[in-house]
Design a protein around this ligand. Sequence first.
Ligand code: SAM
Length: 278
Amino acid sequence: MMKDVQSIHNYYSPNDLYNKIIEGLHKLEKDLSKVTLDDLQPVDEFHIRGDTATKELIKLCGFTPDMHILDVGCGIGGSTRRLSHEIGCRVTGIDLSDEYIDTAERLTTLLNMQERVKFHATSALSLPFEDNSFDGVWSLQMNMNVEDKLAWLKETYRVLKPGSRVILYEVCGHKNTPPHFPVPWAQDGSMSFLVPPKAFKEIIQAAGFDITLWHDKTDLAQKAFVNAKEPVGEPNLPALGVYLLVGKDIQTKAYNLRRNLDEERVSLIETVAVKPRS
Ligand SMILES: C[S@@+](CC[C@H](N)C(=O)[O-])C[C@H]1O[C@@H](n2cnc3c(N)ncnc32)[C@H](O)[C@@H]1O
């Protein structure tokens, strides 16, 4: 693994993650034989506005039950499972982190969704799939860790069937730099590669896509983080939360994300792009 990607891999590699989530479910007195997507939501939808955003993306994606969709940078698979559950389609998730993929597979089995939802540990920049294999791709808040965004989007383009679409829900830069660190996706600037929305749009187009929808969702992100305060003393953390994925300084990371949104250092973009038929 390349050195720069190795540090990102390490950042997203907590120990014994699946058992920590099971412990959290026990603390919440959940019956493991009846665990639902909503029970896991506090920990398995690691993007701004969690399942609310995922449900909005499901409404606009246009995917249908006969399709096979690729989730690029799927984390522990919360939105992968939700997409399959709501649409009825097959979804394959890939992620750089072996620990996340192991957890994604075990949680999927716990929910008895393993027939339609599969996972692979691999990089978004070298996907182990044939050209034109997927009916759709979605990627939720991964681009921030990817320096070579054109290579990532060309690889996405390669595996997508002509006429199919990619849904992206991504944190971008804004007017001001640099962002305050740490943030939920990076401990410091060496792991974070933000470009402003205009540059992001140009990279998507340079990879060959036609953009059919472009929404700036920064104001909704600001509303979601309006109560994020600078933490004082020992953190009081819930039984389940994304701190299990990226560490107990999550409240500092959330507070910095709020500052970055308010100070126009980061923005939030939702977009749909199509691979042309010829
Ligand atoms: C903020 S999390 C989002 C996870 C998931 N999409 C979600 O919304 O719950 C970013 C994810 O991108 C993954 N990632 C970062 N760089 C990657 C790469 N080059 N290839 C594949 N996955 C990558 C990380 O391992 C992490 O799981």
